[in-house]
Write a protein that binds this ligand. Structure first.
Ligand SMILES: [Zn+2]
Ligand SMILES: [Zn+2]
Length: 384
């Protein structure tokens, strides 16, 4: 079969294994080459679907994604039970650790770090924690911690100076500093693909988020009696458990993905837009939340606002990664492998001819088995 889009001769399939273009002509809408109805890391979804797990955990197949979703919901249910029981200190701790721990399990599960777990985890999650400790301590020296961290007992009234720090200056500083450790990852040449940059960034952002939350709530954690009336804590707990880590992880993930693209010599408007989007989203998240809290509207609106910001950030990440995968996966050489998404035995280069998954987003074990077969068949190994 000859692909209409890249004009290579490729095995028969719904998708071109070289360029990922959709080969169907009926019922499909939009550009077959960009195929935005089939997200390259998870072809079952549209690119513009604000899904948390398929975006930030890109190496997982359907089944594993499902397990992680369940683990997350069990964790959230646990937080809810602790809140109802009035065990706020325990609920804060579970909330702070939930997403970072899930991500650590994911990195292990997908073997994203390949043979270098210590270095990669140290420079991503570890680096994020160190930056988080330093930045949060300095921020608290500059700004009154009682007002800075969410506190249901804080009074109303808009504080312009505080809003400037919390809503503008701190987010920009954080977005500059969070990616630094992963930027200096010594063996980063082993991880050339944009999807690696994204995952490292998310890990660093989650490390930061963990340190930020624990330090921000340190006085609450040490002073609050173990058992108190549940009160309004559920709003802050939702932010700590879900939106804060997702915001911090996604923003740094996007920035490092853009840096990885720049290293591949593919820095374009989409990547610069991604960095801008990460910074703007962080400002909108922190500034907007602070403003809404100061004007003492129903706290539910704060959560809705945070969800909207995080959702838009996730969609932009998918847009960036989708196009990166389509561009970068084009020249992998042919090999027999099993598609991690549709589980078909396939003979493929960059994309599964059956479901269109970009095979650069496959877990390490799949890629490894693939390269050994490729060498056995005498084809040159892939150059990075
Ligand atoms: Zn093609
Ligand atoms: Zn497939």
């Amino acid at each position: 079969m000859r692909c209409d889009h890249c004009t290579h001769d490729v095995p028969d399939g719904v998708f071109c294994t070289r360029c990922g273009a959709h080969q169907g002509t009926t019922e499909e809408i939009g550009d077959a080459k960009k195929r935005e109805h089939r997200y390259a890391a998870h072809p079952g979804e549209h690119v513009a679907q604000p899904s948390v797990f398929t975006t930030l955990f890109p190496h997982l197949g359907h089944h594993k994604i499902h397990e992680f979703r369940w683990a997350f919901f069990v964790g959230i249910a646990g937080v809810l039970v602790l809140w109802l029981a009035g065990l706020i200190t325990a609920a804060i701790l579970v909330s702070a650790f939930l997403v970072p721990v899930l991500y650590l399990i994911y990195l292990y599960e997908a073997q994203v770090y390949r043979d270098e777990p210590a270095i990669v985890l140290g420079f991503t999650i570890g680096g994020g924690i160190v930056v988080g400790i330093v930045v949060t301590v300095l921020e608290r020296l500059v700004y009154n911690p009682i007002q800075y961290m969410p506190n249901p007992l804080a009074g109303a009234g808009i504080n312009v100076g505080g809003l400037f720090l919390v809503g503008l200056l701190f987010p920009v500083i954080q977005e500059v500093l969070k990616p630094l450790p992963a930027f200096f990852l010594p063996n980063r040449a082993d991880f050339p693909e944009t999807v690696d940059g994204l995952v490292f960034g998310v890990a660093a952002g989650l490390g930061f988020s963990l340190a930020e939350t624990l330090i921000g709530f340190s006085s609450t954690l040490t002073s609050l009696p173990p058992h108190v009336p549940p009160g309004n804590w559920i709003y802050d707990l939702t932010t700590i458990a879900i939106f804060q880590p997702l915001l911090q992880g996604s923003a740094t993930g996007m920035i490092l993905a853009a840096i990885w693209r720049q290293r591949l010599g593919r820095l374009g408007g989409r990547e610069i837009g991604g960095v801008a989007m990460a910074v703007i989203a962080h400002i909108a998240f922190s500034g907007g939340s602070q403003l809404l809290k100061d004007s003492s509207v129903n706290q539910l609106f704060v959560l809705v606002w945070q969800a909207v910001v995080v959702g838009s950030l996730l969609i932009y990440i998918r847009y960036l990664l989708h196009h990166a995968l389509l561009e970068e996966a084009a020249h992998m050489g042919f090999a027999e492998t099993v598609c991690p998404s549709c589980h078909m035995h396939i003979y493929a280069s960059g994309f599964c001819p059956n479901c269109g998954m970009a095979l650069t987003a496959a877990p390490s074990a799949v890629k490894r088995s693939r390269s050994s077969r490729k060498e056995a068949s005498g084809t040159a190994p892939r150059k990075n």
